[in-house]
Design a protein around this ligand. Structure first.
Ligand code: GLU
Length: 610
């Protein structure tokens, strides 16, 4: 969100740099985050943060400045994003947290994905009035049935318990302040509210919070969320169990089962099955990261239930057999697109919640399997899409004679969700993606609580029931995600951490940014700014306008079909919104966010010794 210059002139001169203690700010030097202009790149060495939002970055920076570590800062930033980016993230949703521990040298991950209620069944996705499956929109998108049991609050507590130094109370403090004091509404917030006007108006609680006086808040006005501040305060004072067992759990489940539907809405709003027991049973899962070697680097990602780590990893594994740096720019793009399509074919065929389906994570990230998949790339010609998945049960790195078919299902490319990256002076790094799925989630605010519930269960294959589909709806299951928080090590030390929102384009954005940085000679800010394209094993590659201008002719002559990106959920055609940090060999931290997409992100650093 961009802060306006008029606000930047407000009388806060008393809050000077001296308030920042021993580590002076190298980036935007305002003590009041509402005064902080966005800056897409910042370089320092005492700690760094990159998010989409200046308030969130300022919250993380204030924690780092006071001696908090990267995990503390990540939780503070995420909680603030719940205030300032309530349509993308918050305690009504879930996410994936990847952590590099400087002391042990280990990368660990937390799976805080939303989970289907225990009573959810295929039947819940069938309209009793018609006997047909509910369409994605408007029925499922704005519904109780698509609300998964939220994992974000539990993820924050678990991350702090495992690796943080702050209490939840301290980590939530900046967000509580921002919620009470308010933030200045920018164009993005107003637009996103207007885009959701019909959905928010369908629920009394959402209309009251996000449509005061019946309209989206004006640009330049101050948006306060005292209900959310009070909810955060409750968690801060009484612990995160309040969310999963107390009154709040009762309120969340009853909101899912009986949303506060406005009298005059035409939206159908199918109701859900969530119970307080579902909340009490929720578990954050700590699990091994995915790991692949790429050009001598080690790339760590999020294992299933997200498809991020296996799909980014497999595509890198395939590309490791080629040398994009020695190719023409169009040939390099051709290989990127083809590797991505192959990895997507395997994602669709094999990846779901490993608690329910046998996911061949080891094969998908195995260089021998990747070498075999690389055989499918013709350097001179694009394969017909969709390409078939590989055989994970029988591979030896030799080119196979045939593969079996699989049809791709889904996916939208909405730019909800948010990614943040933090690094501290001790060398710890966090890469964290969190979401409520659609921009505005389910559209349903828990009455009096100040946060929206997710509609994450739309990430299941809901349009049909196929027993062979690893992502079919099942009770208690986590829907397959594309979120791809990533940490890259070089010689055992962190070199780069990144991630993005963007639905299923998250994977291609992360992959493309890595290739741009590692292979194509771009600096991190250049790698992020470069135009994007996404090939998810579909007939056409979706691409941003600048990408089409640059590559369409050459790629079309290789047999690719290209089409402008954007769908009804992302009419502005932007793909992704990367937030990243690079750690140089001398310890220099380059925090880099989007210079333009989604209104530009916010990178901040501290000076000082690592
Ligand atoms: N629900 C999506 C996923 O987990 C993320 C939402 C988005 O970025 O649009 O993959």
């Amino acid at each position: 969100m961009k802060r306006s210059a008029t606000v930047a002139a407000c009388a806060c001169a008393a809050l000077t740099l001296s308030a920042f203690g021993s580590l002076p700010l190298a980036a935007p030097a305002a003590a009041d985050p509402r005064l902080t202009e966005k800056q897409a790149t910042a370089t320092g060495s005492g700690g760094a943060v990159s998010t989409v939002d200046a308030d969130a970055s300022a919250a993380a920076l204030s924690v780092l400045r006071k001696g908090g570590n990267a995990v503390d800062a990540a939780v503070a930033a995420a909680a603030t994003l719940g205030v300032t980016e309530p349509y993308s993230a918050g305690i009504g949703g879930g996410g994936y947290f990847v952590h590099y521990d400087a002391e042990s040298g280990e990368v660990s991950t937390l799976d805080g994905r939303e989970t289907a209620p225990a009573a959810l069944s295929q039947q819940d996705f069938i309209d009793p009035a018609t006997g047909e499956r509910y369409p994605f929109s408007p029925e499922l998108v704005t519904s109780g049935v698509a609300v998964g049991v939220p994992g974000t609050a539990a993820t924050w507590q678990r991350a702090l318990d495992e690796w943080g130094t702050l209490s939840l109370k301290k980590a939530l403090a900046p967000a509580i302040r921002t919620a009470d004091r308010g933030f200045v509404v920018d164009e993005t917030f107003r637009e996103q509210t207007l885009d959701n006007k019909e959905r928010f108006a369908a629920f009394d609680s959402s209309a009251e919070l996000f449509l005061p006086g019946g309209d989206a808040p004006e640009v330049g006005s101050t948006f306060k969320n005292h209900d959310l501040a009070a909810t955060y305060r409750q968690l801060a004072n009484k612990g995160v169990d309040e969310f999963y067992t107390g009154d709040l759990a009762e309120e969340i489940s009853s909101t899912v089962q009986a949303p506060p539907i406005a009298e005059d809405t035409d939206l159908p709003v199918p109701v859900g099955e969530m119970t307080p027991e579902d909340l009490a049973d929720y578990e954050v899962l700590e699990q091994e990261p995915t790991q692949v070697g790429y050009r001598g680097l080690e790339v760590f990602g999020m294992a299933p239930s997200s498809s991020g780590g296996t799909t980014v990893g497999e595509a890198l594994g395939i590309l490791d057999g080629f040398d994009p740096s020695g190719m023409s720019p169009a040939d390099a793009q051709h290989h990127y697109l083809e590797a991505s399509a192959l990895a997507y074919a395997d994602r669709g065929r094999y990846v779901g919640d490993p608690a329910f389906v046998d996911v061949p994570t080891a094969a998908l990230t195995d260089p021998v399997f990747a070498a075999e998949r690389a055989c499918e790339i013709d350097p001179d010609s694009a394969a017909a899409k969709p390409v078939a998945p590989g055989d994970v049960t029988d591979y030896d790195g030799q080119c196979p004679s045939s593969t079996s078919g699989w049809e791709e299902k889904e996916d939208t490319e909405n730019v909800s969700t948010t990614h943040l990256t933090t690094a501290d002076r001790w060398g710890n790094v966090v890469s964290y993606t969190l979401t409520i799925e659609q921009t505005g989630g389910s559209g349903i605010t828990v009455p009096g609580r100040g946060f929206l519930l997710n509609n994450e269960l739309t990430d299941f294959t809901t349009a049909e029931y196929d027993p062979a589909d690893p992502n079919r709806v099942e009770p208690g299951k986590r829907p397959r995600s594309s979120m791809a928080p990533t940490i890259v090590l070089k010689d055992g030390e962190p070199m780069l951490a990144l991630g993005s929102p963007g639905g299923s384009t998250i994977i291609t954005t992360t992959l493309q940014t890595l290739i741009n940085r590692v292979d194509l000679g771009m600096s991190l800010p250049e790698a992020i700014a470069a135009p994007r394209a996404s090939q998810r094993n579909t007939a056409a590659v979706t691409a941003e306008p600048e990408y089409l201008d640059t590559y369409a002719d050459d790629l079309e002559s290789l047999g690719h079909t290209l089409t402008p990106s954007g769908d009804s959920f992302t009419p502005n055609a932007e793909i992704g919104a990367v937030a990243a940090i690079e750690i140089g060999p001398d310890g220099t931290l380059t925090a880099a966010a989007e210079p333009r997409r989604r209104g530009g992100g916010s990178a901040m650093v501290l000076e000082g010794e690592r």
